[in-house]
Design a binder for this molecule. Structure first.
Ligand code: SAM
Length: 263
């Protein structure tokens, strides 16, 4: 392993993997996950609700919006129903570029590269804070054709709203009409004052790196886009699957989700 790969420090991808019940995590990630779950008991339910939203939203893009190219930044460790699997089930010719800044995701990237023969997948190790660099490396995407930009549970790792907004704008500006943004982002808007105070305290004391957004901050990311039905809602409320066995309440999910189309 390279020295960039520090298993003694918790990392969001591995902590999320732990919450989802995966095996690709270390003691530091589990400790951090348990600590955060103390101030936010629904963390595991929220992780599952978020993952399910990703699947439904990518399914919508592929099946209903005809999207055949995806730029998925903040991919996470491979697990069930990765973006390319959902998209290629609908349209085998789909092309997907994955981007994550965790070296551990790179180690497991082989599982993200199991494309259909008709389609293609690529993995880039980079940081969302370098949008121009990411766009320059995403050569398998044709920027004259609509792209699905997937920013699911990643923007809340950027503390500054202004910076995050500018990054999303840079990415969207590079995409043609008909492109879609799928985004989810943690929020404390649904929480009781007590849970909200817990969350704020976790951030203040450095126990959390998840920077929630208010509804109006989340809306900012969708400026100029046509937000598709049902609009901005808790991820669990976004076109819920009637067959699902678990349905998180907005308080449990505490993550906004939405899909917007670039006119
Ligand atoms: C909570 S996981 C979400 C994974 C997947 N998008 C999903 O929703 O199931 C967040 C992912 O974003 C990645 N990440 C966090 N900050 C990032 C950044 N600045 N640039 C790129 N990836 C980042 C983490 O490594 C992690 O894999």
């Amino acid at each position: 392993m390279s020295d960039r790969f520090d298993t003694g420090v918790a990392h969001p991808a591995r902590r999320y993997n732990y919450w989802l019940g995966g095996k690709d995590n270390f003691a530091a990630d589990r400790e951090s996950g348990d600590l955060l779950a103390k101030s936010y008991p629904a963390a595991r339910i929220a992780a599952r609700a978020n993952r399910a939203f990703l699947g439904r939203a990518v399914g919508h893009l592929a099946a209903d919006a005809g999207i055949r190219q995806f730029l998925d930044i903040g991919t996470g460790l491979p697990t069930a129903d990765n973006t390319h699997e959902v998209a290629q089930r609908v349209a085998p010719e789909s092309r997907i570029v994955y981007v994550d800044n965790d070296p551990m995701v790179m180690v497991h990237a082989r599982a993200l590269l199991t494309s259909t023969p008709e389609g293609e997948t690529r993995y880039i190790e980079d940081d969302l804070r370098n949008p121009e660099k990411i766009l320059a490396q995403a050569q398998i995407l044709d920027f004259d054709e609509p792209v699905g930009l997937i920013l699911v549970a990643v923007v809340h790792f950027l503390p500054g709203q202004e910076q995050a907004s500018a990054i999303v704008r840079t990415l969207l500006d590079a995409l043609p009409s008909g492109s879609h943004l799928v985004m989810s982002c943690a929020t404390t808007d649904f929480l009781t004052p007590e849970l909200k105070a817990n969350w704020d305290e976790s951030l203040r004391t450095g126990r959390s790196d998840v920077h929630p957004r208010t509804r109006s901050e989340f809306d900012e990311f969708f400026a100029g886009l046509e937000v598709v039905s049902p609009g901005v809602v808790a991820v669990s409320e976004w076109r819920p699957d009637p067959a699902a066995t678990e349905h998180a309440t907005p308080v449990e999910a505490s993550i906004f989700g939405a899909v917007g189309r670039k006119p």
